[in-house]
Design a protein around this ligand. Structure first.
Ligand code: DOR
Length: 435
C-alpha cells in the first residue's frame, strides 16, 4: 500500500477539494481519507505532498503522435513521455498518421509501441473514413474492437454528410463518439491565420470563423437526427460555442473541447509572422477568446485538450503562408491552466475537471477521478512553483511552441500511472530505475 499525504486533494468527480490523503493498492485507489487518518499499517511507501495538489491523472482527448509514418516529428514513445511530464496519464492519439489509423494492424502497432515505452497510457482514435480521404467509411467495428476509444478524420472534416450520418449510426451502436474537426475548407481554403483586419494588414489570407460554424451547425443536426455522440474538436469561435450551448440545452448528445492556446492567446501572437503560433483552427480576436473562456466556465466547452501537433523546423521555420499548422501542447497545458486558476479566471474545480473528469465523461473512459477503486492515475503538482518554459524543457522530437520564455506557474512533480510511480521529483522512473 502507498500513502500520499499532506497534500490538497482536488477531485471534481467526487467533489473533493481539501486536506485528504490518498491510499493506493494493487494499481487502484484504495481510499481517500481525511489527512492523517485511516488505514494504519504496512505502507510500502509514504509520499509527502506538502504544498502540492493531488489531482487525478489528466486526460488529453487530442494528441498527434505521428507514428507510424512521420517519426522524425514525434513517436509514440516521445509523445507519451511528453504526456507524462505534463501530467497527462492518458492521451488519445489522432489518426492522421501514415498510414492512417484505419485498420486493426495500425491500432495494434501503436498499442505495442505504447506498451514498450511504458510512460502514459495511449488510447488510439480510429479514422472515420478509409485513409481519412472522406470517400468510404473505415471499418469502425474492427477499430473499436482493436481498442479505439473514438473516431475522427481530424485535420479534415468529414465533408460527405451521408457518410457522416452512416458513421454516426455505427458509432452509436459501438458506443463511441465521433470527434469532429469542423472546417469547411471551401470557405477557409488557402488561409493561414484568422480572417480579420490584422490578416489584411499582414497580407495573409484569412480563415473565416464561419468555416467552423457551418460545420458545427451541420453536425449538431446529425447528432440530433441519429442520437449519436458528437464531440467538437478545438472549438475556436464564439458562434460555435453558442451553437453548442443551445444544442446541449436541447438535450442533443454533444460535447466539446478547447485548447489552452485558444484560451490564452489571440491572433496578436502572429503579428510578427511567428509560425510557432500558426495552427488550425487559427488564434482569433480577443472577444472570441473571452467567449471561449465563458464557454469553459459554464461547461459548454467540456474539456481542455492540447491538440499537441509536433512539426520539425524544416516545415515551421519558413514563410508564414507555407508553414505547417500546429503547436506542441502536452508539457504546457497544465501550467497554463494553473496560471488561470491563480489569476482567478477559472476555479480550481472547473479547470481540473476540464482536464480530467470532463474528458473522461466525453469519451466514456474509466479514468479522470480519484474515486475508490478507480485506476490509480494520480498527479502531484506544485502549484506555487514558477518556472520559465524553454526549448531545453521539451522532450518531444519537435520544438514548435509559441510559449518559450513565458513564466509558467505550476510544475508536475510526481505521476502515478495505474498505481505505478512513473515520474518522481520531475524525473522519469521505470522499474525503480531512473531512465
Ligand atoms: O494545427 C493543426 N495541426 N490542426 C490540425 O487540424 C492538424 C494538426 C496536425 O496534425 O498538425
Amino acid at each position: 500500500m502507498i500513502r500520499i499525504s499532506n497534500g490538497i486533494v482536488v477531485d471534481p468527480a467526487t467533489d473533493r477539494d481539501g486536506e485528504f490523503d490518498v491510499l493506493i493498492e494493487d494499481g487502484k485507489i484504495l481510499d481517500v481519507v481525511p489527512r492523517g487518518l485511516g488505514a494504519d499499517g504496512d505502507f510500502e511507501r509514504v509520499i509527502d505532498a506538502s504544498g502540492c495538489w493531488i489531482i487525478p491523472g489528466l486526460i488529453d482527448l487530442h494528441v498527434h503522435l505521428r507514428e507510424p509514418g512521420q517519426e522524425w516529428k514525434e513517436t509514440v514513445e516521445t509523445g507519451a513521455l511528453a504526456a507524462l511530464k505534463g501530467g497527462f496519464t492518458s492521451i488519445c492519439c489522432m489518426p492522421n498518421t501514415e498510414p492512417a489509423i484505419d485498420s486493426e494492424e495500425v491500432v495494434r502497432y501503436i498499442l505495442d509501441k505504447a506498451a514498450q515505452a511504458n510512460y502514459s497510457r495511449v488510447l488510439p482514435i480510429g479514422a472515420v473514413t478509409k485513409a481519412r480521404v472522406g470517400k468510404e467509411m473505415a471499418p469502425l467495428s474492427e477499430l473499436r474492437e482493436a481498442g479505439c476509444v473514438a473516431f475522427s478524420d481530424d485535420g479534415d472534416p468529414v465533408y460527405n454528410a451521408g457518410i457522416m450520418r452512416r458513421a454516426l449510426e455505427w458509432a452509436k451502436m459501438l458506443d463511441a463518439p465521433i470527434s469532429c474537426h469542423e472546417e469547411d475548407k471551401d470557405i477557409s481554403c488557402g488561409g493561414c491565420m484568422n480572417e480579420s483586419a490584422l490578416s489584411t494588414r499582414l497580407g495573409l489570407t484569412g480563415m473565416p470563423k464561419v468555416a467552423e460554424d457551418v460545420m458545427v451547425a451541420r453536425d449538431i443536426e446529425l447528432a440530433r437526427d441519429t442520437g449519436a455522440k458528437v464531440h467538437f474538436c478545438h472549438v475556436s469561435t464564439a458562434r460555435s460555442v453558442e451553437l453548442i450551448r443551445r444544442a446541449k440545452n436541447d438535450g442533443i448528445p454533444v460535447t466539446a473541447e478547447v485548447t489552452p492556446h485558444h484560451l490564452v492567446l489571440t491572433e496578436d501572437a502572429v503579428r510578427a509572422y511567428d509560425t510557432y503560433a500558426k495552427m488550425s483552427p487559427p488564434l482569433r480576436e480577443e472577444e472570441e477568446r473571452e467567449l471561449l473562456v465563458e464557454g469553459v466556465k459554464d461547461g459548454t466547452l467540456d474539456a481542455i485538450a492540447s491538440d499537441h501537433a509536433p512539426h520539425e523546423d524544416d516545415v515551421k521555420k519558413i514563410e508564414f503562408a507555407e508553414a505547417a499548422m500546429g503547436i506542441l501542447g502536452l508539457q504546457t497545458s497544465l501550467p497554463l491552466m494553473v496560471s488561470f486558476i491563480e489569476d482567478q479566471v477559472l476555479t480550481r474545480k472547473r479547470a481540473i475537471s476540464s482536464l480530467a473528469e470532463a474528458p473522461a465523461r466525453a469519451f466514456g473512459l474509466p479514468y479522470g477521478t480519484l474515486r475508490k477503486n478507480a485506476p490509480a492515475d494520480i498527479v502531484i503538482v506544485d502549484p506555487q512553483k514558477e518556472w520559465q518554459f524553454e526549448r531545453e524543457d521539451v522532450v518531444s522530437k519537435s520544438f514548435n511552441s509559441p510559449f518559450y520564455g513565458r513564466t509558467m506557474k505550476g510544475k508536475v512533480r510526481d505521476v502515478f500511472v495505474q498505481g505505478v510511480l512513473r515520474l518522481e521529483n520531475e524525473e522519469v522512473v521505470l522499474g525503480g530505475q531512473c531512465k
